[in-house]
Design a protein around this ligand. Structure first.
Ligand code: C5P
Length: 405
């Protein structure tokens, strides 16, 4: 189930730390590559050597213990992890995590990690029920952290109540589940990708630098999340994903036609294509011969997204704003003009962002003016952020597939 997955287990200082030895062992047996990071207090309960023997990997504890590997330790493990499991998670650790405090290796790694995080709180019942802990858990929940409910039973402090670490087999099942969760199951999603091609004559065209990478990653992530996906792709430099319907188009006019055919039946449209704003008024039927000068007359293309914005019923509409200056300002304007739910904005001239590269640096802007700014990340990771947000929005909306039935 977990073949090739990199799991980082963060062990904090609770008596239940001993149970996590079995968690590490089970995850390893499921095929995962497991690394363990411990807080100093955790090492009072279980020796790092135990985890080292079980996982076959060195265990990290100290932030400054090994000067030569400082960078490796706190950033590389955040990058390494496909998911982080914090078990047991003490009240102290949850409080620090909720408020962005990073005063040791584990808290720093968690803060530097933008992947899936699961926490398994384990503590005395009164500590768990305390409004401070509950409000910290709520903060984490709202940020997308998966919280495992503690079990009820006899506690190490001699009392009985809620606060026990769930059984290792349950914790491992929860870790597997986050990789298989189908947050968009039952939804139909339309994604556009790539650049449109506007013919000048049968040989030449007007195009743009879009590679289609971002759109293909979004389509793939949506399909992996259980959605029924149609990808309408213009000119792309990558192979379209396999587990979805692909419709190839060339011009903006063709893209509009294909989009409008299915718009009524989808739950969300993610319009990541770079649609040309102009097309040649009268494309030549034969190849244009050389001459000293040539003038092309261009006419305005339909703005597909703007049209969808006027037609939309319950559909979620997501747009992109690829800009070279005043990114947020232009993006906010488009969000309003095109009647979108949110817009993904990026400066295509920034290093590590924009066309052809596998990374992007983007912000998501919401209708209420909220801006979420993301650091440089892989386009696949940004696709996950976008799909998570579409899934959250679609939870409240009409499901088109119900109507279709
Ligand atoms: O107005 P601008 O082209 O900058 O807006 C970008 C957004 O609008 C993108 O999501 C793009 O896919 C969409 N768009 C469109 N039709 C056009 C131009 C852009 O749907 N003709």
């Amino acid at each position: 189930m977990l073949a090739d997955k990199n799991i980082l287990i963060g062990v904090t200082g609770g008596i239940a730390a001993y149970k996590v030895v079995e968690v590490a062992s089970r995850l390893k047996k499921s095929g995962a590559n497991v690394r363990v990071m411990m807080t100093k207090n955790a090492t009072e309960f279980v020796s790092p050597r135990t985890f080292q023997e079980i996982t076959g990997n060195a265990v990290s504890v100290e932030m400054f213990g090994d000067a030569a590997n400082f960078h490796v330790a706190h950033i590389a493990l955040a990058d390494f992890a496909d998911a982080i499991l914090i078990a047991p998670a003490t009240a102290n650790f949850l409080a620090k995590m909720a408020h962005g405090i990073c005063d040791d290796l584990l808290t720093t790694t968690v803060l530097a990690c933008d992947k899936k995080i699961i926490v398994a709180p384990s503590m005395n019942t009164k500590m768990f029920d305390n409004p401070a802990t509950q409000s910290n858990l709520q903060i984490l929940r709202e940020r997308g952290v998966k919280i495992l409910e503690p079990a009820t039973g006899e506690l190490a402090c001699g009392t009985t109540g809620k606060g026990r670490l769930p059984e290792p087999v349950e914790i491992c099942a929860a870790v597997e589940k986050i990789f298989t969760d189908k947050i968009l199951s039952g939804k139909k999603i339309l994604v556009t990708a790539g650049g449109t091609v506007e013919a000048i004559d049968p040989v030449r065209y007007i195009g743009n630098r879009s590679s289609g990478r971002m759109g293909c990653e979004i389509a793939k992530t949506a399909a992996d999340s259980g959605a029924q996906v149609t990808l309408i792709a213009g000119k792309i430099e990558v192979e379209p994903p396999k587990n979805l319907t692909v419709i190839r188009v060339e011009s903006a006019t063709q893209m509009r036609e294909e989009v409008l055919k299915i718009f009524d039946s989808v739950d969300a449209v993610i319009m990541s294509a770079a649609v040309a704003d102009f097309r040649v008024k009268n494309p030549a039927a034969q190849k244009i011969k050389k001459s000293d000068e040539m003038t092309l007359e261009l006419v305005k293309n339909p703005d597909i997204l703007r049209e969808l914005g006027t037609l939309k019923q319950n559909q979620i509409l997501i747009g992109f704003a690829a800009e070279t200056q005043n990114v947020l300002e232009y993006a906010k304007k488009k969000l309003a003009e095109k009647n979108l739910d949110f817009i993904v904005a990026n400066d295509v001239t920034a290093e590590g962002a924009g066309f052809s590269v596998p990374t992007n640096i983007a912000s998501i802007i919401w209708r209420d003016g909220t801006v979420e700014s993301f650091p440089k990340m892989k386009k696949s990771a940004l696709a996950e952020k976008i799909i998570e947000r579409v899934a959250n929005l679609s939870g409240d909306r009409k499901i088109s597939t119900v109507n279709d039935a």
